[in-house]
Design a protein around this ligand. Sequence first.
Ligand SMILES: *Cc1c(COP(=O)(O)O)cnc(C)c1O
Length: 392
Amino acid sequence: MPNSLLKTSAVMNTYSRFPLTLVKGKGSFVWDDKGEKYLDFTSGIAVCNLGHVPDAVYGKVQDQLQSLWHCSNLYHIPAQEKLAELLIQNSFGGQVFFCNSGAEANEALIKLARKHGAEKGGSNKIATFKQSFHGRTLATLSATGQEKIQAGFSALTNDFIYLEFNSEEALQQLKELDTSAVLLELVQGEGGVVPADQEWVNKLAEICSEKEMLLMIDEVQTGMGRTGTLFAFQQYGIKPDAVSLAKGLGSGFPIGAIIASTEAAKVLGPGTHGSTFGGNPLSATAGLATLEYMVQNNAAEAAQNLGNYLLEKLAELKSKHIQIKDVRGKGLLLGLVMDTEAGPLVNRLREEEKVLALTAGPNVLRILPPLTASKEECDQFIKSLGNILAEA
Ligand SMILES: *Cc1c(COP(=O)(O)O)cnc(C)c1O
């Protein structure tokens, strides 16, 4: 039962918070203010992909803390330039813009698409998809294809056309629409852990290239190894014009980014976009240490292997418990479709088993272990979930 009104009255009531106060984390575990230990299969919602307080990031951030915390983007920032270099080496070339969050990264994509449209002398409309999630700022909630996110916040930015995800009809509509770009998640996260179909994505990418529309992928949740490749677009074998990143990029330090092809990035020249904190020395150092570790240690491959293991165990659970209707997702972005609301399951896991998990939409239990979790920790999760389901 959320008791946010009692505990956090000075903080605005925009979240229904769980009655739990976390004060410490290490690896796959967190501790509350009473010293109780929890297995954290939320990773701070796909943020702490290397687990909590990862050594590989801690040391580098500590060094940076002693030298320079912040300087303006009017000056060169070495960690930011190295991080950009490493991002383009490990994606599709191009150039990087840094900001502070997922919504802000998607705002940059939206500005890029508008400018692209304007320079072509065409439409500035962007196609997005139903059940998507792109953020909470006015432009990104307008891009989000969910009425519950938009309710009460009109007027929306009416640049967006919402198409059906994974639908052939949507592809036909896209062929006829006058749009400058398409923005999508390759696994819809908040919308219920729904992966895009490979064939559908192939056709979508083809239409984008035929019509010179920007193919923009929101990798805020799917990026940074989460789905078993560093970026989800890599396993789909497509080349986007631009992607947005945030959540896992800084291991918990606020940082967002977009990567855009050199061609697409051209439209954002000096004075067209900016951010005071974007990629500042501290967050860029955290991002660089995170990405270096991921590349050197094949963190994405580890996520793929552990994801396969967990998927197998979840499939076994499904065969024993009729409450589970489906198991889906990619890598370590996994969802269990339940025959009832998933919220009570999240609460019982936390209260009775000391295990943290999430929902994604009303009926989906969302499972986001750190990419560095062990098989034993996965076994512990499965055992806990099995216990709860057996009693239900
Ligand atoms: C979380 C999320 C966002 C928003 O990121 P914020 O950092 O909360 O602004 C955007 N897109 C996707 C796919 C997300 O999962």
